[in-house]
Write a protein that binds this ligand. Structure first.
Ligand code: SAM
Length: 245
């Protein structure tokens, strides 16, 4: 039983939760809460470290509940926490529908896009320059466990992304029309600035979702685009185990 806040596993969990640099240096991240850990189990992820509150009856090495709460990023504390190795593909799959996030800086948006990507069967989510870390605690939570199921890839240049590249822009190009056949990548821009001109120019087409206001939130735009481009092709299937809403 862990009884000291200076225990190295607790220290590592606190560090990984707090600092992107620590996550990137170690290639590890933290997930907390029984539902997220269950989603990881269901997707076959083996934790490096698994901790649970003493007396909870949960799987893992027991920790005094107050100490575990101290390592938690949740205001309410947690009964379970685990550390995993992150996973990145070397390149996005050459087929299917990939969602690329270019400068999407809010980790909540990144996690929400992961959740939608899983729901609509996207082949991968590609994380571009200045995009939030999908393994940050906030993104992991917002993904509701999808971070364990959706392939992730990093990119610097949209030209490396697979298939027909569609730049999503709030008020430019043609109306987005689906469903789409063959490989494609939909590129979503930053919350404030949208997509840089050179990124739009490197895409094969520009498309918008017709709306009655200025723009949608980046994650909402990605979700509507996923719906439109996969319309009629996604069937309800046995859901990958996800965290509770
Ligand atoms: C909040 S918006 C950025 C707004 C920015 N001021 C602009 O005009 O591009 C963030 C991203 O969501 C996507 N987006 C938002 N609304 C959209 C719409 N109606 N059609 C297509 N994409 C949209 C775009 O990719 C955009 O870069």
């Amino acid at each position: 039983m862990i009884t000291s806040k200076d225990n190295p596993k607790l220290q590592e969990a606190r560090k990984l939760a707090a600092r992107r640099a620590a996550r990137e240096r170690s290639g590890r991240f933290v997930a907390e809460g029984e539902d997220l850990l269950a989603a990881a189990d269901a997707a076959g992820w083996i934790p490096r470290v698994r901790l649970c509150a003493a007396g909870s009856g949960l799987e893992g090495e027991e920790v005094e509940p107050d100490l575990l709460a101290g390592a938690s990023g949740l205001g309410s504390g947690t009964r379970a926490l685990a550390i995993y190795d992150d996973r990145w593909l070397d390149a996005a799959p050459s087929d299917g529908l990939c969602i690329a996030l270019h400068g999407v800086a809010d980790p909540g948006n990144v996690g929400t896009v992961l959740r939608s990507a899983l729901a609509f069967g996207a082949s991968a989510v590609a994380l571009g320059p200045s995009t939030a870390d999908p393994f940050s605690p906030k993104a992991v939570r917002a993904s509701m466990g999808a971070v364990f199921a959706v392939p992730l890839v990093r990119y610097d240049d949209v030209i490396t992304l697979p298939g027909v590249r569609i730049a999503l822009a709030a008020r430019a190009g043609d109306e987005l029309n689906g469903p789409i056949e063959g490989a494609a990548t939909v590129v979503v821009g930053a919350e404030r600035e949208g997509l840089p001109d050179d990124v739009v120019a490197a895409c094969d087409s520009v498309a918008h979702l017709p709306i009655a206001s200025e723009s949608l939130n980046a994650a909402m735009a990605a979700t509507v685009a996923l719906y439109e481009l996969t319309r009629g092709t996604v069937t309800a299937r046995t859901a990958t185990r996800m965290a509770a809403p």
